[in-house]
Design a protein around this ligand. Structure first.
Ligand SMILES: Nc1ncnc2c1ncn2[C@@H]1O[C@H](COP(=O)(O)OP(=O)(O)OP(=O)(O)O)[C@@H](O)[C@H]1O
Ligand SMILES: [Mg+2]
Length: 301
């Protein structure tokens, strides 16, 4: 669906590279999160795909077409939701969507426009000019605009930034539906739980380089080998009672809770060692790292 080969970008001669030799293949049907800190290069990459930024080096193939040689064909395949909200203020919401349909040569697209406005909770704003929309509404309009031509590949640059929590959830539902219907989706976000909920593949970009690219489950698995375990007792405990666990560096909190970091494979052994000493816990809970912890770990290493 999308192949990116050796893409580099230097905005100004002598300045550091915003993207360094990026290689990436996205297959049809994937749902991918592109994560990275402010300035990592996410928008630069998306703007190159959108044709708004000229790459310094490399090649992009979209649906079999070379972006440089067949820009129009590639535009039909993609729908891009930009990070910046800049818009044609004089048009109404529905005019803007009709105009965008016309750009792709689609006439009488009103039924689908209705559907999009409904899905994005913008029905009652269809006659408003875009100037009259709130920030979150403008962002939703950008999504509708990217979708009027039913693209096979949808790329969203922080689609939920500034969107309230309820609408964010309805957007997740909508994106899941589009994905279920066959749309390939790539999205950037700073809400890591969003990537955790929606995406199947996680790509982390840092200082213009890809530092991780894994199926989400695999990434979670690699980093979930060590777990945090809490044992709760119904009597006061003392750290000295657990001298036999010295290798694990146990910590006692609130007199009744024992915290231990342990390799997942050693959990049952640890439980046995504790009960064999006659120390009977009444509760146990296990904290696995979240994608957020994994992400923070990746970008700081
Ligand atoms: N038009 C430009 N001219 C010069 N440098 C730019 C331009 N646009 C971006 N940059 C630089 O390129 C680098 C990558 O920026 P980019 O906007 O791609 O980051 P990002 O990952 O999208 O960040 P954010 O999460 O803040 O949106 C940054 O160092 C930025 O300062
Ligand atoms: Mg950006």
């Amino acid at each position: 669906m999308l192949r990116i080969e050796n893409i580099s970008k230097i905005y100004k001669r002598g300045h550091k590279e915003a993207l360094k030799n990026i290689n990436l293949t996205i297959k049809e049907g994937e749902f991918t999160a592109l994560l990275g800190q402010n300035g990592a290069g996410k928008t630069t990459l998306i703007n190159i795909l959108a044709g708004n930024v000229h790459k310094t080096e490399g090649k992009v193939i979209i649906g079999g077409y070379d972006l440089d040689k067949n820009p129009l064909e590639t535009k039909k395949i993609m729908g891009i939701v930009p990070q910046e909200i800049g818009q044609d203020y004089i048009f109404t919401v529905e005019d803007m969507l009709r105009k965008q349909s016309g750009y792709f040569g689609i006439k009488n697209n009103d039924d689908y426009i209705d559907e999009l406005l409904e899905a994005l909770s913008l029905q009652d704003k269809r006659k408003s000019t875009t100037r009259q929309l709130s920030g979150g509404m403008k962002r939703r309009l950008l999504i509708a605009k990217a979708l009027v031509h039913k693209p096979k590949l949808l790329i969203l640059d922080e689609p939920t930034a500034g969107v309230d929590i309820e609408l964010r959830h309805s957007m997740y539902k909508f994106l899941k539906k589009l994905h279920a219907e066959g749309t390939t989706i790539i999205l950037t976000t700073h809400y890591i739980e969003e990537a955790e909920n929606l995406c199947k593949r996680i790509i982390v970009i840092d200082h213009g380089e890809i530092i991780a690219d894994e199926p989400k489950e695999k990434l979670m698995d690699i980093f979930s080998q060590e777990i945090d375990v809490r044992f709760e007792f119904d009597y006061d405990i003392d750290i000295e009672d657990f001298d036999f666990l010295n290798g694990y560096e146990p910590i006692v909190k609130n007199n009744r809770n024992l915290y231990i970091k342990v390799e997942k494979n050693n959990l049952s052994k640890l439980m046995k060692v504790i009960t064999d000493k006659g120390l009977n816990f009444i509760d146990i809970d296990i904290k696995r790292p979240k994608l957020e912890d994994i992400y923070l770990n990746l970008i700081k290493s």
